[in-house]
Design a protein around this ligand. Structure first.
Ligand SMILES: Cc1cc2nc3c(=O)[nH]c(=O)nc-3n(C[C@H](O)[C@H](O)[C@H](O)COP(=O)(O)O)c2cc1C
Length: 181
């Protein structure tokens, strides 16, 4: 079972990469086979294809989308590492999710978020979005404050309880993934 950790921001100086790598470290320590899917490296174009991904039969116009398709298809479940932009999901992450369809279907997802209020509004939106892709979201969630857990100098000092929260999230993602499979 392979779990994809999707890093959902691409800004210069983003916090997402630190968070994603932290989740990766805990996952490996927890015995979970993970792969980091960093949107910055996939460099996906905006979705302009005439055919909706759900009807594209797995064929996509751009080489970037084809590579993204293969990477997502190779995962059995996901942890979405998401910031909150304007009280919602980041556009770049939504575009990446919209670019595919069958690759997400009947797979499990858990959320690690961060923001002024933990990014919880973005995650509530994600839960609606992934339902349409026939994904299964787990209840456990890690929601971190950019005021107290991140520094202006780029530092990241998650609260002590966060590691246990990530482990609980991983347990829920892997247990549900096993049942779905
Ligand atoms: C376009 C934009 C909109 C933002 N809107 C919110 C917001 O609505 N709520 C929030 O908690 N933080 C918001 N922020 C602040 C982000 O939480 C903060 O910049 C965080 O570092 C973004 O994640 P990233 O560094 O991985 O891109 C916003 C940031 C940007 C760039």
């Amino acid at each position: 079972m392979k779990i994809g950790i999707v890093i959902g921001s691409i800004r210069e100086g983003r916090k997402g990469e630190r968070v994603g790598r932290w989740v990766e470290r805990i996952s490996r320590d927890h015995g979970v086979d993970v792969e980091v899917l960093d949107l910055k490296t996939f460099d996906l174009p905006l979705l302009t294809a005439p055919m909706p991904p759900a009807a594209a039969g797995g064929r996509y116009d751009s080489p970037e989308a084809q590579l993204w398709s293969r990477a997502v298809a190779a995962c059995d479940g996901f942890v979405f590492v998401t910031p909150e932009y304007n009280h919602g999901v980041p556009g770049v992450f939504k575009n990446a999710v919209d670019t595919l369809a069958p690759e997400w279907a009947e797979k499990v997802v858990g959320f690690v978020s961060y923001g002024t209020d933990g990014g919880v509004r973005a995650v509530e939106q994600w839960r609606q979005i992934v339902a349409n892709l026939r994904m299964y979201d787990v209840r456990a969630q890690v929601a971190m404050s950019i005021f107290t857990e991140f520094g202006d100098d780029g530092s990241f000092t998650p609260l002590e309880r966060r590691e246990a929260e990530v482990r609980t999230l991983l347990d829920q993602v892997t247990a549900l993934t096993a049942r779905v499979r």
